[in-house]
Design a protein around this ligand. Structure first.
Ligand SMILES: Cc1ncc(COP(=O)(O)O)c(C=O)c1O
Length: 414
């Protein structure tokens, strides 16, 4: 039986792959690990304690999620985002990644529009769900943000306007590190409304907006925006696998039952102890406020320093405003790189890894064209526990990140 030709062509996620290669290389010396987007901060103490206290929870939870958790999540987001989150329209899932996939899988027919650059998993997920993907290009000068005019002209030229259009937007952005402001979201909302776009707004880095100025897409386009988030980034708990999603009232009647169908036929429920513990994360407390505030200060400081140093070395990098990523653009060095046999982001990242021992991910993994010289840099290779404790000067906390940036710049100068 020939199963190979019958299998889907799916690759191992590029982010996980670079991590494995960095592990191998590390056996022979230090690697500056900018490849993997995992929070360096520990899970807050109260949350760890809550999980320890709930370890006896052994029953399956309701498919949609524990009512008390959905209630806490809805109240939290109503307050934080000033959007009408309602517990009966919240769905809890094993990570926001699977929740995004559930929305795509719930549709038999749809088109998916993705911003370039955007997160590595959206496109494979759309293909798994059987949907065609369109790329909406952005520019470094626009800080890699989708322009309303670009969305409008794409919508106006669609060949099958009757087919549902799902747009995945992400703010603060991975890989861009930049965020959308109010006026920009309002202008996008106007286009989305006109063309009845269904938006999945991936706001997993929302709480990590460096100035606490996250703006939810749902505030400006409530009727068509499904919001996703969860504990992975702002609570340093990626491995806990707790994601949340909110469905707008206008879509809930049709979409929510379909999503519950996907959930009940696949993951059943998120681990009960994790759900019980997560209530503590979504219940405001002085500890959680301090924890989030300190992360913002650290990420802002390191992100600004790292981007400024890259720019000083003529590696064009948008100043970050949220999360922990930068999107350096090496094209000002194009001629010199070409002379060294480097004319794509893939070769650039390969050579940076083997020659400078710096792990970055190529822009091509995020939907950038081949031949482009962008890469993603996750500035998380610092000691998050020490950073949270606040006993070290910020420059010392940032030192491992800055050492990696210097290694890139020295390599460019060689
Ligand atoms: C933009 C973006 N969305 C979603 C996710 C997935 O998060 P979760 O752990 O909630 O599945 C990630 C994780 O890296 C991410 O960077």
């Amino acid at each position: 039986m020939d199963i190979r030709s019958a299998l889907r062509s799916l690759n191992h996620s590029e982010t996980l792959l670079i991590n494995e290669r960095s592990d191998e290389l590390e056996a022979t010396g230090k690697v500056h690990r900018f490849g993997f987007g995992q929070s360096p901060f520990p899970v807050p103490e109260s949350l760890r304690q809550a999980l320890a206290d709930q370890v006896h929870q052994k029953a399956y939870a309701p498919v949609q999620g524990l009512p008390a958790l959905r209630q806490a999540v809805a109240e939290f987001h109503r307050l934080e985002d000033q959007v009408d989150w309602q517990a009966h329209r919240v769905l809890i899932g094993p990570g926001s990644k699977l929740l995004i996939y559930a929305v795509l899988a719930a549709f038999r027919r749809a088109e998916v529009a993705l911003v370039s650059p955007s997160w590595v998993s959206y496109e494979p997920q759309a293909h798994l769900a059987g949907h065609p993907v369109h790329r909406l290009m952005t520019r470094a000068d626009d800080e890699w943000r989708l322009q309303p005019e670009a969305l409008a002209s794409f919508c106006a030229e669609r060949r099958e306007p009757g087919r549902p259009l799902i747009l995945i937007l992400n703010t603060p952005g991975n890989p861009s590190g930049t965020s959308y402001e109010e006026d920009h979201l309002k202008a996008l909302a106007e286009v989305m409304r006109r063309h009845e776009v269904l938006v999945i707004s991936d706001e997993i880095y929302g709480r990590l907006h460096h100035e606490g100025q996250h703006r939810s897409m749902a505030r400006y386009y409530p009727e068509g925006t499904v919001v996703t988030g969860g504990l992975s980034k702002w609570c340093g708990a990626g491995g806990w696998r707790l994601g949340i999603m909110h469905i707008p009232e206008a879509l809930a009647g049709d979409l929510l039952p379909a999503l519950k169908g996907v959930a009940s036929e696949t993951w059943s429920c998120v681990a009960s102890p994790i759900q019980h513990a997560a209530i503590a994360a979504y219940t405001p407390s002085p500890e959680m406020t301090r924890y989030v505030q300190r992360q913002r200060e650290v990420l802002s400081y390191i992100g600004q320093q790292a981007a400024a140093r890259l720019n000083a070395g003529s590696v064009h990098t948008a100043m970050p405003s949220g999360g922990f990523y930068l999107m350096p653009d090496f094209s000002p060095h194009r001629q010199r790189l070409k002379a060294r046999g480097i004319d794509s982001a893939d070769t650039l990242c390969e050579r940076l890894l083997t020659e400078a021992r710096v792990a970055l991910l190529p822009g091509s993994a995020f939907g950038m064209p081949t031949g482009d010289l962008t890469a993603r840099l996750s500035y998380v290779n610092f000691d998050g526990t020490a950073a949270l404790a606040g006993n070290l000067p910020m420059a010392d906390v940032a030192a491992p990140v800055m050492a990696g940036i210097d290694a890139i710049l020295h390599w460019l100068d060689d």
